[in-house]
Design a protein around this ligand. Structure first.
Ligand SMILES: [Mg+2]
Length: 124
């Protein structure tokens, strides 16, 4: 199973890579929503979870989420928002738009591992 990280920060993607690979999953990366859709198009059948940043240039996380949840295939993939504390008000908006979970930045590899397992275990 593969996990897709969509985030414009390479540092955040690096921490996520640490968590995902320690758990034995493969990480796919995209730096914004547009690239995220290109990866989804090719890999959606193999992707078990999307970790989605909110603030990104080009297509942001919220736009990506709404577009993904409007697609019959992509909407089956659970989405965890990865967001900064100052964006907490956006969490409600994300859940309403179909996100299953969220993670507040900054976080450690261990915290992300725990959250990923929680998400996969719940089948969320
Ligand atoms: Mg960002």
């Amino acid at each position: 199973m593969k996990i897709l990280s969509i985030d414009d920060s390479s540092i955040v993607r690096k921490i996520i890579r640490g968590a995902v690979e320690t758990l034995g999953y493969e990480l796919l990366e995209a730096c914004d929503g547009i690239e995220g859709f290109l990866v989804l198009e090719k890999e959606y059948k193999n992707i078990g979870l999307i970790l989605l940043d909110w603030n990104m240039p080009g297509m942001n996380g919220y736009e990506f989420l709404k577009k993904a949840k409007a697609n019959n295939e992509y909407k089956k993939i659970p989405v965890m928002m990865v967001t900064t504390e100052t964006e907490e008000g956006n969490i409600v908006k994300s859940i309403q738009a179909g996100a299953e979970n969220y993670m507040i930045k900054p976080f450690t590899i261990e915290e992300m591992m725990k959250k990923i397992l929680e998400c996969l275990g719940n089948g969320c």
